[in-house]
Design a binder for this molecule. Structure first.
Ligand code: GDP
Length: 325
C-alpha cells in the first residue's frame, strides 16, 4: 500500500493521527505534499458529503466560541460527531490563529466526539479557504457528521464561508447600538438564520426588540429560497439556553430543502463554483510563474503605471508571451 493509501485507510477508520497528518499535508506549502494531498482527496472523495456543514459568524466578542462549545456539546450528547474548523485570513498577521482555538473551547476540546482545528495560516483568504474546504472533506471521511466553520464577522471571509456550507448563521448582539449592522454589510442576504446571543436576564427584553427589528428587515429582502424564511432566534450561549432549538432549526432547514431538491442542488453548485475558483487561481499562478511573463511583468506594469502603454495592450502583450511558451 502506498503512503497515501495508508493515510486514506486510517482516516476512513476514524483514526485521529492519520486525520491530523492528512490535514498537515493539505496545509503544507511543499509542492510534493500538494500532490500527495490531491491524491488523498481523490481517494477519500467518495466518502465525503455525509455531514451538515454549518457556518458561524459574528464580530469578535459576540460569543462565537462560547456558542460553538455549547452547540457542539449539545450535538455530541445526541450522538453526533462534530468537527470545528475556522477561516481566519488574519491569523498569519496576528501570529497565531484566533478562531477555532482549543483553549477557547476547553470542554469541547476534551470531548472524544469532537475535533477542533484552528484556522490554517495563509496570506490570502483564498488560500485559507481552500485548505479549510479540503480539511472539511477529510473530516467528513473520518465520520464527522456535523462540521462547524467559524469565521469573523468582517468583510469577505463571511461570503467565502457561506459558499462552502449548507447553512450559514450570523450571531448578533442586541446591545450593539446599531441593531441592523448586518444589513449594511450585505451579510443578512447570505444568512440562513440570525441568532441574537446573550439574550438572558436583563438583556432578554432588548434582544426581543432587536429580534423584531431583524424580522421586519428580513421581510424586505427577497428570500433566497421559496422554502425557507430566515428565522431570528434568541439564545444564551453562556447559560446554554436556546441551543437545542437552534439545532432543531438546522434539521428543519435540511429536511425542507432536501425535500425540494435545493439542498443537493446548492452543494452541486458550490462544487462547480469551487472548481472554477481553483481553476482561475491555478491559471493565475501558472501565468505569473511563467518565465517569459515573469521577466517582462515589471516593465509592462510600469509602462501601464506611467501611462505609456494602454492596459488592454499590456494585457495582450503578456498573454502573447505566455502562449509562446
Ligand atoms: P467570540 O470572540 O465571538 O468567540 O466570543 P467569545 O465566545 O469569546 O465570548 C466573548 C465574551 O462574551 C466572553 O467573555 C464570554 O464569556 C461572553 N459570552 C458569550 N456568550 C455569552 C452569553 O450568552 N451571555 C453572556 N452574558 N455572555 C456571553
Amino acid at each position: 500500500m502506498s503512503e497515501v493509501e495508508t493515510l486514506a485507510c486510517g482516516i476512513l477508520e476514524r483514526k485521529l493521527r492519520p486525520l491530523a497528518k492528512g490535514i498537515t499535508l493539505i496545509e503544507s506549502k511543499n509542492p510534493e505534499h500538494n500532490q500527495a494531498a490531491n491524491q488523498l482527496l481523490e481517494k477519500i472523495l467518495p466518502h465525503t458529503g455525509n455531514s451538515v456543514r454549518i457556518g458561524i459568524s459574528g464580530v469578535p466578542g459576540v460569543g462565537k466560541s462560547t456558542f460553538i462549545e455549547a452547540f457542539g456539546k449539545h450535538l455530541t450528547s445526541q450522538g453526533h460527531r462534530v468537527a470545528v474548523l475556522a477561516v481566519d485570513p488574519t491569523s498569519q498577521i496576528t501570529g497565531g490563529s484566533i478562531l477555532g482555538d482549543k483553549t477557547r473551547m476547553e470542554e469541547l476540546a476534551r470531548d472524544e466526539n469532537a475535533f477542533i482545528r484552528p484556522s490554517p495560516a495563509g496570506a490570502t483568504l483564498g488560500g485559507v479557504a481552500r485548505k479549510t474546504r479540503e480539511t472539511m472533506l477529510l473530516c467528513e471521511a473520518a465520520g464527522y457528521d456535523v462540521i462547524l466553520i467559524e469565521t469573523v464577522g468582517v468583510g469577505q471571509s463571511e461570503i467565502t464561508v457561506a459558499s462552502m456550507v449548507d447553512f450559514f448563521m450570523l450571531l448578533q448582539l442586541a446591545n450593539a447600538g446599531d441593531e441592523l449592522q448586518g444589513i449594511k454589510k450585505g451579510v443578512m442576504e447570505i444568512a440562513d438564520a440570525i441568532i441574537i446571543n446573550k439574550a438572558e436576564g436583563s438583556n432578554r427584553l432588548r434582544a426581543e426588540v432587536a429580534a423584531q427589528q431583524y424580522v421586519n428587515a428580513l421581510h424586505i429582502l427577497r428570500p433566497k429560497s421559496p422554502n425557507w424564511q430566515v428565522p431570528v432566534k434568541l439564545c444564551s450561549a453562556m447559560y446554554k439556553e436556546g441551543i437545542s432549538e437552534i439545532w432543531e432549526m438546522v434539521c428543519d432547514y435540511r429536511q425542507k430543502l432536501t425535500n425540494s431538491g435545493e439542498f443537493d442542488e446548492k452543494r452541486r453548485k458550490q462544487s462547480v463554483d469551487w472548481f472554477w475558483t481553483l481553476l482561475m487561481d491555478d491559471l493565475k499562478d501558472m501565468f505569473l510563474s511563467n518565465r517569459n511573463v515573469e521577466s517582462m511583468f515589471e516593465s509592462v506594469r510600469e509602462a501601464v503605471e506611467k501611462g505609456v502603454l494602454p492596459p488592454a495592450a499590456a494585457s495582450k502583450r503578456l498573454l502573447e508571451l505566455f502562449k509562446r511558451h
